[in-house]
Write a protein that binds this ligand. Structure first.
Ligand code: AMP
Length: 533
């Protein structure tokens, strides 16, 4: 972890570096280090093997922002993505990095009003992030012209292929400028991608992040699925349920770290942040306080935490999932040292599940799913601590001085003895034992069904490529039996023997029922939690 590059060394302009700093990124991820200089240097075509969550959007987004000419108001780059969620996400990420450069970046996907898209296209757009179907609609209407694009980026290429978009992709490529540069990002590089590259990319450079041998220690490792907006509540509960919590909380950006510390201190916790914006002296001061346990929570970014050597941590919390397996191992290596048993907890939002499994596989480690502590369990844990502390005082008579006996005598004289103790407990622990001090956390995947943030369910279909099923055919099959719009069926994954789709929860039940046949194994069922995602 010593040969890390900085953003300054990648050839980006000061303007963009300012935007990166504002966004809170401290150092480039591995895929960014490889992609950015290469994209800026010449017109090489690139195939990059990178998962979601590795920072790949900024890896191609930053050079695009750098190279696209704001003064020319035509589409200069097309980014093809498999789903509308990704289209929105990618457009937002690039927008958030463009800084003061006057660029228009818009997502174009099915389901959104075509009239609105037309009007935005007419006003002039520099980068389009689109799903294949709707891009083709616009090409047919001649409302989108790709003959002048300089860059074509195919994002999550394996997903695009899995979803049966190959013909659409080929059609789109035929409409593009033959002199453009093509970049293809994919988590896996199956033979189909290679043959696509042979056909449409005139030579390319293949980028893969080298994987180092990784070993994790004996730390207990768990993960929680929580909505992004529930992360802070989950963190508070983890801190509260542990007697003497002493932990390091990892955030992805400086801004996230600051925000978590502000929320923690607002709620009365002893927490401080360390990240790249603090001077070396400030960092050392904070670290010393943490080592001496004057504060019991340290919130850090990966960069600032490098080299931190603290032995007896009870927890390492990945408030945001790390970018790669290597930093996962590095982060959690802080617990379980010197024979101490520590716990490493990773928060993931539902769409980070695959990333979690990827980390687990490459870090060769077992990360178990668990649930955020329930309020009643936290209150019980606190009561147990109060009980144990009181018992310890009672067992050591010398600990109770006369002045307390005198005060107690007065209380007993004036009040009903059976009421004094509950009143005293209320007086001392009113806040601590108040369940209403906790916020609600929305359970994900209640009743063993896969629900995502927006009340959707994941369904398993016992048909796959070997049954000559494609994403299109699946949608048609379901529409033939249930009243549902194509855009309500998302994240279609067609595997060899089976497939998955995501649909609104209320439609899921109808689909499952209408495909049931007496005496037959169900053709469509709810996807098992945690499996096959
Ligand atoms: P992606 O793989 O593009 O989906 O990115 C995953 C997340 O990592 C996004 O929330 C990005 O904003 C964030 N990210 C990308 N690059 C960096 C970086 N160099 N430092 C910190 N966070 C980053």
């Amino acid at each position: 972890m010593t040969d890390k590059k900085t953003f300054n060394e990648l050839g980006l302009s000061p303007k963009i570096l300012t935007a990166i700093n504002k966004k809170g990124f401290e150092e480039p991820t591995a895929i960014q280090v490889m992609t950015i200089p290469l994209m800026l240097q010449d017109n090489t075509n690139i195939i990059a093997q990178a998962q979601t969550g590795t920072g790949k959007t900024a890896a191609f987004g930053l050079p695009l922002i750098e190279m696209i000419k704001a003064s020319i108001k035509t589409v200069q780059a097309l980014i093809l993505v498999p789903t509308r969620e990704l289209a929105i996400q990618v457009a937002e990420e690039i927008n958030s990095l463009k800084g003061s450069k006057n660029l228009k970046i818009i997502p174009i996907y099915g389901g959104q009003s075509i009239v609105q898209q037309l009007s935005r296209l007419r006003k002039g757009v520099h980068i389009v992030v689109g799903t294949p179907g709707r891009i083709i609609d616009h090409l047919k209407r001649k409302t989108l012209k790709l003959k002048k694009i300089e860059h074509l980026i195919i994002d999550e290429a394996d997903e695009l292929l899995n979803m049966g978009f190959i013909e659409d992709m080929e059609k789109i490529m035929e409409h593009t400028n033959p002199d453009k540069r093509t970049l293809l990002f994919s988590a896996t590089i199956p033979a189909k991608i290679k043959s696509l590259a042979r056909k449409y990319m005139d030579g390319y450079e293949l980028l893969t992040v080298k994987k180092k041998e990784l070993v994790t220690n004996l730390t207990e490792q768990i993960y929680f699925e929580v909505k992004a907006s529930d992360k802070f509540e989950a963190l508070s509960r983890i801190i509260d349920i542990k007697d003497n919590f002493y932990g390091l909380v990892f955030c992805r950006t400086k801004n996230d770290a600051d925000s978590v510390v502000t929320q923690l201190t607002d709620r009365g916790y002893d927490a401080e942040a360390i990240h790249g914006d603090f001077s070396q002296l400030q960092r050392e001061r904070t670290l010393n306080k943490f080592k001496k346990q004057k504060i019991n929570i340290l919130v850090a970014t990966d960069v600032a935490a490098r080299g931190i050597d603290v032995n007896n941590l009870t927890h390492v919390i990945n408030y945001s999932i790390p970018h790669d397996p290597e930093s996962y191992v590095h982060r959690i290596g802080r617990t379980g040292r010197a024979g101490n048993q520590g716990t490493a907890i990773t928060f993931i939002t539902p769409n980070e599940y695959r990333k979690m499994m990827f980390i687990q596989r490459f870090a060769k480690t077992d990360i178990k799913k668990s649930n955020v502590p329930k309020i009643k369990d936290i209150i019980n844990a606190k009561k147990k601590k109060i009980y144990d502390d009181l018992t310890a005082i009672l067992e050591d008579e010398k600990k109770i001085e006369d002045k307390y006996y005198n005060f107690a005598d007065k209380l007993i004289q004036d009040n009903n003895l059976t009421e004094i103790l509950p009143a005293l407990l209320k007086y001392c622990f009113k806040e601590e034992l108040n369940p209403d001090a906790y916020g609600k956390i929305k359970e994900i995947g209640a009743k063993g069904k896969q629900l995502d943030q927006k009340g959707k369910a994941r369904l398993f279909i016992a048909l796959g490529k070997k049954d000559k099923i494609s994403a299109r055919k699946l949608v048609e099959l379901i529409m033939g039996k249930v009243s549902i719009k194509p855009r309500q069926i998302s994240d279609i994954q067609v595997m060899n023997r089976f497939s998955f789709i995501t649909v609104p929860f209320e439609k899921a039940e109808k689909i499952v029922i209408s495909f049931k046949e007496k005496g037959q194994r169900p053709l469509i069922s709810h996807a098992k939690k945690d499996k096959n995602r």
